[in-house]
Design a protein around this ligand. Sequence first.
Ligand code: GLC
Length: 544
Amino acid sequence: MKQTKWWKNAVVYQIYPRSFQDSDGDGIGDIPGIISRLDYLKELGIDVIWLSPVYQSPQDDNGYDISDYYAIHPEYGTMEDMDRLIREAEKRGIKIVMDLVVNHSSDEHTWFTEAKKDRSSKYHDYYIWRQGEKGKVPNDLQSSFSGSAWEWNEETEEYYLHLFSRKQPDLNWENPGMRQDIYRMMNWWLEKGLGGFRLDVVDLLGKVPDEKIRENGPRLHEYIREMSRETFQKYDIVTVGETWGANVDNAKLYSNPDGSELSMIFQFEHIVASHSKEYGKWKEAEKDFVTIKKIFTNWQKELHGTGWNSLFWDNHDLPRAVSAFGNDGAYREESAKMLATFLHGFQGTPYVYEGEELGMTNVHMEDLSQVRDIEARNKYKELKKEGWSHEEIMASINHIGRDNARTPMQWDDTENAGFTTGTPWIGVNPNYGEINARAELADETSVFHYYKNLISLRKSQEWGEVLMEGDYTPWLEEDEDIFLYIRSLHGKKLLVLGNFHDKERKIALPVKIKTVLLKNYAEIQLQGDEISLRPYEALMAEVV
Ligand code: GLC
């Protein structure tokens, strides 16, 4: 199969199926619900849907714990629904990318239920075991969801490894038979006509638990190259790896233009920049915009011609973009558009997380009973033990917790935001009366229309190539409020300019504005070569 790089000018939209659209009133989003909203996504103009996991799963981590890779979770629908989704999306020119969670399975997968019964089972070696004594863990490796990464198994008197919850045992990538079983499953899905895969925590595949190596283990790239040869390279698809441990050097391997590994990765440098040493994301430092700009600039320059970037502010694991980086109060719309401008001007493939195109915000929870996410629930107990107060923990969960991104999509101002006729599995954000798709579709100046215009600029004859391949030149790199960069190709120049904060600023432009292509205030304030930027003002313009 000849591989094209169609994904270089694609825009991807992420759907968290549990929260997108319910069709049968059980309070849980489902595949028929997604199908009923495909026309909305077509209107937005996206090319690809990244679907968070819909496989059979006990839902300990909302589907990131798969018990059967060949079946659909019944709350989400049937395999026929899934096939129909692929076909209906295709009719609208949209491809479906599935989430591939193969660092671990569910403990309810038959591989694991067999493995844990008997050391001599073929499947025992599909997982990672260490002998020991009950109560004496092999080492102090921690689970990302709090507590030890080792869990005792009575039947075989061993510990197994779980870098996430104890219901997510880690698969043993050193086992070639296990790897072949995974590739067979991947090809089975690809044969259905998928647009590709998003690979969950792919940088953990090469872990060496005895040396406490999680990310970037010695055999990691060997596994990815093998996977690519056995599966991806036979199809014209897009692949994106989730890699919290990536740096620009290994990113050039992952996204090597020769296609030997993946199309691109998600790297999180701009996200973790504000995390603290001791408590990680749970105690954040203030975000430093100069640092954020430098991170973006470094990635833009380093991967230009040698790899490929993915561009994102948020996803199902992160707080809402406008709450985390913008201003979700008085300047919600302006700052949501500003953030989109900053991101969509770069080289790379932009990702829009469901509701981001509406400027959906974080939600406020008072009590642990409202929290659904296993990570936050476990963290609550851990921090409580460490002496944090209830208020402090809830403030942290409200600030950074994953449920912020997982409240139901706000479709309209009817009950439950049009998400379900039943009781939603997680509370709807009470601001749906003001922030919802129906209202934004009807308003040409909405955040939705701004995203739509940005996407269509990327698709346009005029600017598509500049955005896709153009050079990148940053200005005002030390400025604490302003971003200003220029993308240029064959003499055409695109200015991307904005004010990241709420302070008014006046700056001298290094170029002359010819035509404003997009802006988030009715008129720009230009005098000679000086421009005044109001709070969160942003624009894209053709310049000379
Ligand atoms: C990834 C997913 C996250 C999940 C974890 C374990 O980080 O994005 O939602 O909890 O992997 O699968």
